[in-house]
Design a protein around this ligand. Structure first.
Ligand code: PLP
Length: 389
C-alpha cells in the first residue's frame, strides 16, 4: 500500500493502463544474439539494437575481463577528477580514428552525451532547430539548454531554411538531428542540412546512435557515408548499440572537445563509465574495421526484407536501413500484433506513445547481422498473415 503522499501514482498509472500504455518489465535470461530468452520464452530477437551481433560476442567479454583485471571494475570518480583511465584514453583515440576527427569525449551513456553537449553549446539567447522525430535525449538536451527550440517537420529542408532565416538575430543557431531515426528507420538529408548550416552560419549536431557501426567505411556512420563530414561539426554516437557495449561519445575538433571538458555537466559531474566497458567498446571498434562484411550483409538483408514487406502491401513507412517499423495505428493494435508475433516465436516489440505520436504506434523490427535470410522470410510471412487477417 502506497503512503498517502504517493497515492497520486496509483491514479496516474490507472490513466496509463486505460490508454493501453502500461509497460511490462521483461527479464532477459542469458546472452543475447539471434535469439533471446525473455520471461522464460525463447524468441527470435528483433528487439535489440545489437545490429552487428557484438553485444554477446566473446571477444568483447574477453576484452572487458582483461580491462577489469588491469584497471579494476569501477571508475571511482568523474573523468575530470581521476575516473579517466588508460582504457578511456584508448577508446577516445579509437573513436577519433574511426571518425577521422581530432578528438572525442566519452560519456556514461549516449543519452548523457546528447543532453550535456546540447546544453553546453547553446543557451537562452540562442536558437535550436530540431527535427520533429529526434530522440528523447535530444529533446531533453534542448530543454536543458534553455535556448529557444523550434521543431521543423521531419526532414523538411524548406521549413528549416525559413526557420533559420527568421532567426538570424539569435546569438547562435544549432541544428540537431538523428542521422538514422530510431523509430522510423528514415535517414536525415545530411547534405542538405550541412548546406543550410553553412548558409545560415549555424552549428550542425548529428546523432549517429543507430548508424554507428552500420554505415561508413570503418563504421563511423552516415556522415562519412554521405560525404558531408566537413559540414558536420558535432558528431554524437553511442557505444550501446552496434558497438555492443555501453556509453556515448561526442567527437569533432580539438577545441570543441576542450570546451566540452569545461562545460558538459554529465561529463564533469558523473562518474566515468567502467574502464572494462571502455576496453570492450575499443575492441568492437577494431572489429568494425576487421569485419566490414557484417555491415554489408546486414544492410543487404535489410533491403530484401523491406522489399518483401513492400511487395505484400505492408506499410513500413520510408524506412531505409536495418530499423523497420510496421505501422499498427493504435497502442492496442501494436500490442496485439507484437503478442501474435511472439506466439509465433518472434520478439518484435510494440512501440507506443510517447516514443511515437498518437495513433502512430507500430511494431519495430531491429535487424541484426545474426539473422538469416530464412529468419527474415519467416518474419515477413508472419507479419503479412497478421496484417492482412
Ligand atoms: C537516437 C538516439 N540517441 C541517443 C540514444 C541514447 O543512447 P544510450 O542508449 O547509449 O543512452 C538513443 C537510445 O536509444 C537513441 O536512439
Amino acid at each position: 500500500m502506497l503512503p498517502r503522499s504517493l497515492r497520486w501514482i496509483d491514479d496516474e498509472i490507472a490513466v496509463i493502463r486505460t490508454a493501453g500504455l502500461e509497460r511490462p518489465a521483461r527479464v532477459r535470461d542469458g546472452r543475447q544474439g539471434r535469439e533471446v530468452v525473455l520471461d522464460g520464452r525463447r524468441l527470435l530477437n528483433f528487439g535489440s539494437n545489437d545490429y552487428l551481433g557484438y553485444a554477446g560476442d566473446v571477444r568483447l567479454t574477453k576484452a572487458a575481463s582483461k580491462g577489469a583485471c588491469a584497471e579494476g571494475f569501477g571508475a571511482g570518480a568523474s573523468p575530470l577528477v581521476s575516473g579517466h583511465s588508460l582504457a578511456h584514453e584508448r577508446l577516445e583515440a579509437a573513436i577519433a580514428g574511426m571518425l577521422d576527427v581530432e578528438a572525442a569525449l566519452v560519456f556514461p551513456s549516449g543519452f548523457a552525451a546528447n543532453t550535456a553537449t546540447i546544453a553546453a553549446l547553446v543557451g537562452p539567447d540562442d536558437l535550436i532547430a530540431s527535427d520533429a522525430r529526434n530522440h528523447a535525449s535530444i529533446i531533453d538536451g534542448c530543454r536543458l539548454s534553455r535556448a529557444r527550440v523550434c521543431i521543423y517537420p521531419h526532414r523538411d529542408l524548406s521549413a528549416l531554411d525559413r526557420l533559420l532565416a527568421a532567426a538570424a538575430d539569435s546569438r547562435r543557431r544549432l541544428i540537431v538531428t538523428d542521422s538514422l531515426f530510431s523509430m522510423d528507420g528514415t535517414i536525415a538529408p545530411l547534405n542538405g542540412l550541412s548546406d543550410l548550416a553553412r548558409r545560415h552560419d549555424a552549428m550542425l549536431l548529428v546523432d549517429e546512435a543507430h548508424a554507428t557501426g552500420v554505415f561508413g567505411r570503418r563504421g563511423s556512420g552516415l556522415v562519412e557515408e554521405m560525404g558531408c563530414a566537413d559540414g558536420v561539426q558535432i558528431r554524437i554516437g553511442t557505444l550501446s548499440k552496434a558497438v555492443g557495449a555501453a556509453g556515448g561519445f561526442v567527437a569533432g575538433g580539438a577545441e570543441l572537445i576542450h570546451w566540452l571538458r569545461h562545460t558538459a555537466r554529465a561529463w564533469i559531474f558523473s562518474t566515468a563509465h567502467p574502464p572494462a566497458v571502455a576496453a570492450a567498446a575499443t575492441r568492437a571498434i577494431g572489429l568494425f574495421a576487421e569485419e566490414p562484411a557484417r555491415r554489408r550483409e546486414l544492410l543487404a538483408r535489410a533491403a530484401d526484407f523491406r522489399e518483401r514487406l513492400h511487395s505484400r502491401g505492408i506499410d513500413s513507412g520510408a524506412a531505409e536501413a536495418q530499423i523497420v517499423p510496421i505501422a499498427a495505428g493504435s497502442p492496442a493494435a501494436a500490442v496485439t500484433l507484437a503478442a501474435r508475433l511472439a506466439d509465433q516465436g518472434f520478439f518484435v516489440p510494440a512501440i507506443r506513445p510517447p516514443s511515437v505520436p498518437e495513433n502512430g504506434s507500430l511494431v519495430r523490427a531491429s535487424l541484426s547481422w545474426h539473422h538469416t535470410t530464412s529468419d527474415l522470410e519467416r518474419l515477413a510471412d508472419a507479419i503479412t498473415e497478421f496484417c492482412h487477417a
